[in-house]
Design a protein around this ligand. Structure first.
Ligand SMILES: Nc1ncnc2c1ncn2[C@@H]1O[C@H](COP(=O)(O)OP(=O)(O)OP(=O)(O)O)[C@@H](O)[C@H]1O
Length: 466
């Protein structure tokens, strides 16, 4: 039986009446073999009753149908009443996680589950707590991660609806495993052997560690938890690319490691891929110590620039802006491949409020940084590419040349030696962001130029050996 195309019908309705229509995915529920998905239509900022279905598509069709019923038949009341009835008649049927997500949407609060494990007598026990906006609710454990999450959401539901007070639940709870007191063992020291302090940034410290069971080395970044520090975690968990530092997991703890935060603050631990100790900053500094500009540096610079641009192209394709690209934030993996790191200033491409705030490292910052978009990363890329190629022997030489380069004025010898590279860098440093090429265009240009450069080099070497 053909189902009516409610999605198309609602689209037409919105277009005819000049209404802004979007759908919001509300999550899934149920065991893997019997999952249901929820979506809702939002028209001109107003939420319509959610649609539930066996697939995301079914849920969308149902959401469109519900919205049309509200708009055309005035049956919105019935739908909401039915939903309310269903939820009061069988509280056990409430999907507390969905409820909490909806609560967050209604009240414009971010809902973040914080899943972790704590060591138990025999094995690790899953725990979960929810951050609702700025407020953290107590953690709850369960037999499985899913159960811990559901119980944690239920606890938030009970507290918000006055069924339980925050006081009586102020202590983290164990569910389903019969333990009421858990020893506070640091997950960091119980799971990892700290090997080396790698460095300290604005957020906190980074340690080289070894997973005690897997015998694999990782980097763990530890800092004081702030709403903003989750930005880095959120972004990293959305990115999976050869040229971006790989993220594994994060957790919160009451205790730090060689660190201190405010008395009430928690610590955030981010487990990442371990990169080489030397950053691109060190690579450039080493090259600058060599006596002459050489062909090898140019060749390697082209490879590195290409890999950075690949990473940036991917970051932009996921609608993020890095905003703090600089050699110190670019690392190398085990095969020498480029790894872009430090996403502490990352922002979303459509977060206007966030993007109007002035952020970044001053000497790599684009002129229009007050109202900017992803092209700020392209400006920084232009400066990095210049620095990769051009030997700046001393700090004073750098201080003299840098402001000129930022204004597209290059040393004469640079323009003569690196004609093609200069053309690319020049476009990246355009004052107007709209004049700067995007990452895909630069990637294509660099690929083409590298091929020409390598074939010139090969024929040059052949002539020399004849
Ligand atoms: N995944 C990693 N592998 C190896 N070293 C790392 C890793 N992540 C960070 N580091 C090193 O740890 C140090 C601190 O890094 P972090 O990203 O916290 O700060 P930063 O980039 O130095 O400063 P800021 O965050 O203030 O810009 C740096 O020296 C960096 O090279």
């Amino acid at each position: 039986m053909a189902t009516k195309n409610y999605v198309a019908e609602l689209n037409e309705y919105a277009q005819r009446n000049r209404l802004k229509l979007k759908y919001e995915y509300l999550g899934s529920d149920g065991p893997d073999h019997n999952k249901v998905f929820s979506q809702k239509a939002i028209i001109d900022g107003k939420d319509y009753p959610k649609g539930v279905g066996k697939t995301k598509k079914d849920a969308k069709v149902k959401a469109a149908e519900n919205a049309l019923r509200c708009l055309l038949d005035g049956k919105c009341q019935d739908l909401t009443e039915n939903a309310a009835e269903a939820s009061t008649s069988a509280e056990t049927d409430i999907n507390f996680i969905c409820w909490l997500n909806e609560y967050g949407q209604r009240n414009r609060l971010t809902i973040k589950p914080m899943e972790t494990t704590r060591p138990g007598p025999n094995n690790a026990i899953p725990w979960c707590s929810f951050m609702v906006g700025e407020k953290e609710y107590p953690a709850v454990s369960g037999k499985t991660a899913r159960e811990a999450k559901e119980e944690a959401a239920k606890l938030v539901y009970d507290i918000i609806n006055g069924n339980k007070t925050t006081d009586e639940d102020a202590k983290d709870k164990n569910v389903g495993n019969g333990q009421n007191e858990m020893p506070t063992v640091s997950r960091f020291t119980s799971e990892f052997e700290p090997l080396e302090h790698l460095g300290k940034g604005a957020f906190g410290s980074v340690y080289k560690v070894k997973d005690k069971q897997l015998k694999i080395e990782y980097a763990v970044k530890i800092g004081c938890y702030k709403e903003k520090s989750l930005r880095e975690v959120r972004t990293l968990s959305d990115l999976f690319h050869r040229n971006i530092v790989r993220y594994y997991t994060f957790w919160m703890q009451d205790t730090g490691y060689d660190e201190s935060c405010g008395p009430t603050t928690k610590f955030l631990y981010i487990q990442m891929e371990l990169c080489a100790k030397n950053t691109l900053r060190d690579w450039i500094d080493e090259k600058n110590k060599e006596s002459v500009q050489n062909l090898k540096r140019r060749e390697e610079s082209l490879r590195i620039a290409q890999e950075i641009v690949c990473g940036v192209e991917y970051i932009h394709s996921r609608n993020h802006i890095h905003r703090d690209l600089k050699p110190a934030n670019i690392m190398f993996g085990v095969e020498g491949e480029v790894k872009i790191g430090d996403f502490g200033l990352v922002t979303s491409d459509d977060d206007d409020e966030e993007r109007t705030v002035c952020k970044g490292t001053p000497s790599y910052m684009a002129p229009e940084q007050r109202k900017y978009d992803r092209k700020v990363d392209m400006f920084a890329l232009g400066l990095i590419f210049f620095e990769l190629l051009w030997k700046l022997s001393t700090g004073s030489e750098r201080a003299k040349i840098w402001p000129d380069v930022r204004r597209q004025r290059f040393p004469e010898e640079f323009s003569v030696t690196f004609t093609k590279e200069k053309q690319i860098i020049n476009s990246l440093l355009s004052e107007k962001p709209e004049d700067r090429p995007d990452a895909s265009a630069v990637k294509a240009e660099l690929e083409e130029w590298t091929q020409i450069f390598n074939s010139h080099k090969a024929s040059h070497q052949e002539n020399q050996t004849v």
